[in-house]
Design a protein around this ligand. Structure first.
Ligand code: SF4
Ligand code: ZN
Length: 309
């Protein structure tokens, strides 16, 4: 385990808490099979207090608490730019940290945030499982739409999970998922493809086992995240053989196998897929296939390619 992943970091980007980091309109398949418009707003705020070795979300965060009023203002700007949401749309409020950490999302701003997201049928926020509790349940009651909490399960590999810096066991995750489910609220699990400390030959298997664990715990959506290097800590782990970046083929295998699991929606995170491109002849078709799988929920035969087969 790395003693201090923060010491290995490249510099942070400058972040202005008066402006959102960005927004992205796409479509997403839900656990009930419907495909709905989905707006993700990347909010600028205080950094997460954990330091997971694979995480690079800290790059665009503040070192101080998020100022009061900043998040509603960021959200207003993003919603103005994105335009009125279509009926049934979902919004993801991703703040690169934990929505229910009062230093990341000031409690005084909750009412304004809930008002701004009232036109959305589902509101997704991200949070560490250990911070899912009374504040989350109370926030759900303020919302016109339904709350879904996205939580990093990462991997259930028994030697890897305790070394990631997440400060969480799989039981912590299961407890949070079950507490949300008991209240009729949704949860989504982030599962890593290429988690550090998982042997590369077992990467796909452990992603599938972790997704199955999440569904057993009551999660309704699993998002597969291919681990991306560049945060300093991962390069140190790679140098000593504890991290191998995942391949596109591993992401394809993991998504195909997870789609066979019963339990809910499975999608692969394709936001930064270009960095996994390893063959210019077939990459475009492979990306399109993954996009189709994300939306249909059904596996398809792999793309064949004479250049890299
Ligand atoms: S808990 Fe989430 S946001 Fe915090 S360091 Fe870990 S992965 Fe990053
Ligand atoms: Zn190819």
């Amino acid at each position: 385990m790395l003693s201090d992943p923060r010491a290995l970091r490249p510099p942070k980007a400058a972040v202005d808490p008066r402006r959102p980091l960005g927004w992205l309109a796409e479509r997403e398949r839900l656990a009930d099979g419907r495909v709905v418009p989905s707006l993700t707003v990347f909010l600028a705020g205080r950094e997460c207090p954990w330091s997971c070795v694979f995480c690079d979300l800290w790059r665009h965060t503040l070192d101080r608490p998020t100022p009061d009023g900043a998040l509603p203002r960021q959200l207003e700007l993003a919603l103005e730019a994105a335009g009125p949401p279509p009926a049934g749309a979902q919004i993801k409020l991703y703040n690169a940290s934990n929505f229910f950490d009062p230093k990341a999302v000031p409690p005084a701003d909750e009412e304004a945030i809930a008002g701004l997201v009232a036109p959305f049928a589902q509101v997704v926020v991200e949070c560490h499982p250990k911070l899912v509790g009374r504040r989350a349940f109370a926030f759900a009651e303020r919302l016109a739409g339904r709350l879904q909490v996205a939580m990093g399960l990462e991997t259930i590999h028994p030697a890897a999970l305790p070394r990631l810096g997440k400060g969480m066991s799989r039981s912590d995750f299961a407890r949070a998922a079950s507490a949300l489910r008991r209240r009729g609220l949704g949860s989504r699990a982030f599962v890593l493809v290429g988690a550090p400390y998982v042997p590369p030959a077992e990467t796909v298997d452990w992603a599938v086992y972790s997704a199955a664990f999440a569904f057993d715990a009551g999660v309704e959506h699993v998002a597969l995240i291919p681990v991306r290097g560049g945060n300093g800590a991962l390069e140190a782990l790679a140098a000593r053989g504890d991290f191998t970046p995942p391949s596109l083929a591993q992401l394809e295998d993991a998504l195909g196998r997870c789609l066979e699991l019963a339990g809910g929606a499975v999608t692969a995170d394709l936001w930064d897929l270009d960095r996994l491109a390893d063959c210019p002849a077939c990459f475009g078709r492979r990306r399109e296939r993954l996009e189709r799988l994300n939306l249909s929920g059904r596996n398809e035969p792999r793309v064949s390619c004479e250049h890299c087969a």
